[in-house]
Design a binder for this molecule. Structure first.
Ligand code: DMJ
Length: 665
């Protein structure tokens, strides 16, 4: 028997051979089917004495190789499940055992890659005197002012009429909604640097110097450079950086992060970085690839990113690329219902729904309009705008809504809503509401149907989804599932304060701004009440009297993916109110991203556990929206120059790519 043969022979046979238990290596006494029997064996159990004397070790040795392997496998599996389901356990076991990613071979020891957790009051970055302290994370906030304000869900007579929208008249830019006169030209009155007249700055202004603005802007630039370094060093030209394993992941194979980040670099004045990215687009980016891409994600990140970069720079390289990807996405619309499929092969020109269903997600098919409408305007080809307008037209007429709120799925064959009964402002529905308002703004506030659907939906939110938490009375947006209210709120819902504020700024009812401010406070509390000062992906609000805290987080929901929604809303709230507290909240969040998600070798990582500041447990992924959205909104939030992407001239797509408002284009 050669040594090679010995190595190939299983270890159990060898050890048995050594002990003389196996006389013929080629006929091992084992069974290759699974039968684990720790009980009585014929011939070995007479009066019970002999059986009790057998040691566990002998019983173990009597098992077949397959049986032992199976038991070991189950034990290992249980061990992994234990670690995965209770992240704090990993803190004690992290010396060599932690691995939450399937690509474990590429990953070095994780915890050492993260910065040492910074003790509260010992910031790694220069802090402003105004920065709120992060102590007492678990305590409920002092929010008496909210409780005194009353319940915004008490919409009274307005709600009763919410499902019967009647536009009573429209004269010279003034329309009526439930008796309220809406001045859609409201935002045309500006001070000279584009500020809104509404809400003169609160008296905190004196505390904030130009220097603090400069420090904060520089901190965002620094954060971007750090993220970019990781991407450049380990993931250049690929979709997403895996900063812990110093590698990358591919989704579509189109340089997603690089394209998503182009206009951010331009806005942040990172010229050098922009130029190297532009050179890659010119030399390397090709859409003539046999790959399936998701219509929505490719539209908002790639088409949106290229269009906005074209507008900001005037460089036709980006317009040409936008035209190319736009036309390659069009096969998605060739369906029996004209409701597009989720996936397109941009090389073959074929499209299909996911393998398990013929449904598409409502948010996905209704959040591609800004980009395709703009593509039509730029190319003078109506087919793009026609395709996406058809979706809005159909959904406007569709049965199955709850006071303007839409279900999460729509069938591509018959064009009907499916899986009805669940209504949420979170995943799978969120940006439907955002794009109703933003299309209306993009088109110069002329498309009444979009406005009607938006206003009705907001009334539907107030009537069905809005509640107050206990004990502090935080206003939150829950969900309805088959008639039952659930106090679950995704972090994704935190786009809503910004959207409501944008609507109010554009002349919609002022109570939208009131609600925006209350929800903004709630979204901030989702950060500041966590031990890391970072929000989890999903929270549940307590509603019963006697609760000791407002926010609960389930074990499975404790991750933070570096999402932008709260920072995005802070940006809008600051622009429209000029209340510096929104900048302060953002500053606090940025520093917590730096504390808990910054990877020393470059890049930022999503984390598994926002409740454990000692071991937030990195997930080893930096989504492209961290550069495309989160850092961009931080920068714009901290900038007091409101002409940097003026909201009178631009409307942001749902991936934070600014597109021109047509009236001002
Ligand atoms: C982004 O891709 C977009 O903002 C989208 O609308 C929602 N999800 C991510 C960010 O969280």
């Amino acid at each position: 028997m050669s040594s090679t043969t010995v190595r190939a022979t299983d270890w159990r046979n060898i050890s048995q051979f050594r002990k003389g238990l196996v006389t013929d290596m080629h006929q091992p006494s084992r069974r290759d089917y699974v039968s684990i029997n720790f009980g009585h064996r014929s011939g070995s159990y007479n009066n019970g004495k002999h059986w009790r004397k057998q040691s566990c070790w002998r019983k173990w040795k009597q098992l077949s190789r397959l049986q032992r392997s199976l038991i070991l496998f189950i034990l290992v599996l249980l061990f992994i499940c234990l670690i995965a389901s209770y992240p704090t356990v990993t803190e004690h076991l992290r010396d060599g055992h932690q691995d939450t990613d399937s690509n474990s071979a590429m990953k070095p020891f994780i915890p050492q890659m993260l910065p040492e957790p910074v003790k509260r009051g010992q910031p790694p970055m220069q802090e402003q005197p105004s920065q709120r302290k992060l102590s007492n994370k678990r305590r409920p906030p002092v929010l008496n002012h909210l409780q005194k304000k009353g319940n915004t869900s008490d919409t009274g007579a307005v709600d009763k009429a919410a499902d019967s929208i009647k536009k009573k008249g429209k004269e010279q830019g003034v329309i009526s909604w439930h008796g309220a006169m809406i001045d859609i030209n409201h935002n045309t009155e500006r001070t000279k640097n584009g500020e809104n007249k509404e809400g003169s700055p609160p008296n905190q202004k004196a505390k904030f110097s130009k220097e603090s603005e400069a420090v904060r802007l520089a901190a965002v630039q620094e954060a971007f450079r750090h993220a970019w370094k990781g991407y450049k060093d380990f993931a250049w030209g690929h979709d997403e950086l895996k900063p812990i394993s110093k590698s990358y992941s591919e989704w579509f194979g189109l340089g997603l992060t690089l394209i998503d980040a182009l206009d951010t670099m331009w806005i942040l004045s990172l010229k050098e970085e922009f130029e190297e990215a532009k050179a890659w687009v010119a030399a390397e980016l090709t859409f003539n690839k046999n790959v399936d891409v998701n219509l929505f994600e490719t539209t908002i990140r790639i088409l949106g990113g290229l269009l906005s970069t074209y507008h900001l720079t005037g460089d036709t390289l980006f317009l040409d690329k936008a035209k190319d990807i736009g036309s390659r996405l069009m096969p998605a619309f060739n369906t029996p219902s004209k409701i597009p499929y989720s996936d397109v092969n941009i090389g073959k020109g074929t499209a299909h729904p996911p393998h398990w269903t013929s449904d598409s997600t409502v948010a996905e098919v209704t959040s591609i309009q800004l980009e395709f409408r703009e593509l039509s305007r730029l190319t003078q080809k109506p087919q793009y705008q026609d395709a996406v307008a058809e979706i809005m037209k159909q959904i406007h007429k569709l049965d199955g809504k709850l006071d303007g709120l839409v279900p999460m799925f729509i069938n591509t064959n018959n064009g009907q809503f499916t899986h009805q009964g669940i209504y949420t402002l979170g995943a799978r529905a969120d940006s439907y509401y955002e794009y109703l308002l933003k299309q209306w703004i993009q088109g110069g506030k002329k498309e009444d149907q979009l406005l009607e659907d938006y206003l009705q939906a907001i009334e539907g939110v107030k009537k069905n989804l809005l509640q107050k938490s206990s004990p502090s009375g935080l206003t939150f947006v829950g969900e309805v599932s088959h008639g039952q209210f659930s106090s679950k709120m995704d972090h994704l819902v935190c786009f809503l304060p910004g959207t409501l504020a944008l609507g109010a700024y554009n002349g919609l009812p002022s109570d939208h701004m009131d609600l925006a401010k209350q929800l903004m406070e709630t979204c901030y509390q989702m950060y500041t009440q966590m031990e890391t000062g970072l929000s989890p992906e999903i929270v549940h609000f307590n509603m019963h009297q006697g609760s000791t805290r407002d926010i609960d987080v389930k074990l499975a929901d404790r991750h933070n993916l570096l999402r932008p929604e709260t920072v995005e809303s802070l940006f809008y709230l600051y622009r429209f109110t000029k209340d510096h507290k929104y900048q302060d909240w953002g500053w606090e969040i940025l520093q917590n991203f730096n504390r808990y998600t910054k990877v020393p070798s470059g890049g930022y990582t999503s984390i598994n556990n926002v409740c454990d500041p000692d071991y937030p447990s990195p997930r080893d992924k930096m989504d492209s929206f961290f550069l495309g959205e989160t850092l961009k909104y931080f920068y714009l939030l901290f900038s007091d120059d409101f002409n940097v992407i003026s909201l009178d001239q631009y409307v942001f797509n749902t991936e934070a790519h600014p597109l021109p408002i047509w009236a001002s284009a």
